[in-house]
Ligand binder design. Structure first.
Ligand SMILES: [Zn+2]
Length: 205
């Protein structure tokens, strides 16, 4: 069953607006940011480390489970992060420094979300990616909690919170998807091409 093509409009993630002065100041001098830094990493970490307060409740996603079903499927930290928009501790999570080739699937519904191909070391202590593996499976919500304007990202199929996307990432996209390990399950693959085959197989289910 092809959930995505049936249920979603394709959404290009090409224009992420970070409205707060906090992030504007980070973007003001990317060179300085990349060369420094304790201070820059600390600012990134604090922005990633704050939980989200967007409303992802309701039955607007193709995969809907009861709260009891979510708690049965997920561990305590997975439930807290994915279903309560929480955040895990930096560096103390399984995928932040994982370098193996493979596919990162949604912990809530196994949808392909990220690939090792786009993974990089942001220094924040959370898994970081320059792009999702397929833009149709990641959705965004504007998050204005804590006096900041952030872009929250979640699974488009089940609504599980993943993290945030910031515009201080490396080329080619300039984006940094700061994602919680607790929202992901890793599936190892032999090659980058094999990752794409896994994504295609999911669409053909
Ligand atoms: Zn999901």
């Amino acid at each position: 069953m092809n959930f995505v093509s049936r249920n979603f409009s394709i959404k290009a993630i090409v224009c992420v607006t970070i409205g707060s002065l906090f992030f504007t100041s980070i973007m003001a001098d990317k060179k300085e940011l990349s060369e420094s830094s304790v201070a820059a990493v600390s600012e990134c970490a604090s922005a990633c480390g704050l939980p989200s307060h967007v409303n992802l409740s309701g039955d607007r996603f193709p995969v809907v489970r009861t709260d009891a079903e979510w708690q049965e499927r997920l561990t305590e930290i997975q439930y807290h992060v994915a279903r309560q928009q929480g955040t895990e501790r930096p560096f103390d999570n399984p995928y932040h420094d994982k370098k193996e080739i493979g596919l990162y699937r949604c912990v809530g519904c196994d949808t392909p979300l990220f690939s090792s191909t786009e993974k990089y070391n942001s220094g924040t202590g959370w898994p970081s990616f320059t792009a999702p593996v397929d833009q149709r499976t990641i959705a965004e919500t504007k998050d204005i909690s804590y006096g900041m304007t952030r872009i929250e990202v979640h699974c488009a199929v089940c609504g599980s919170h993943q993290g945030h996307v910031f515009s201080d990432g490396p080329e080619p996209t300039g984006l940094r998807y700061c994602i919680n390990s607790a929202s992901l399950n890793f599936q190892e693959a032999a090659t980058p091409e094999a990752i794409i085959e896994l994504v295609e197989a999911w669409y053909e289910q």
